[in-house]
Unconditional design. Structure first.
Length: 56
């Protein structure tokens, strides 16, 4: 299958498994999402903890 690699939308750092992230996205209209990682990557903006803390 395809291997998805998530990246921070600010610094482009690759997100590691179990790393704390922040996600900016709209609440989905549809129900029953089975492939949550792909949905997050396609519909949201992933922000790593370091970049999120810099913005605050």
């Amino acid at each position: 299958m395809f291997q998805l690699t998530a990246q921070c939308s600010v610094c482009k750092k690759e997100i590691q498994p179990y790393e704390e992230i922040y996600l900016k996205m709209r609440y989905p209209k549809s129900r029953g999402m089975t492939e949550i990682k792909a949905y997050i990557q396609n519909e949201g903006k992933i922000i790593c903890k370091t970049c999120f803390d810099k913005k605050r």
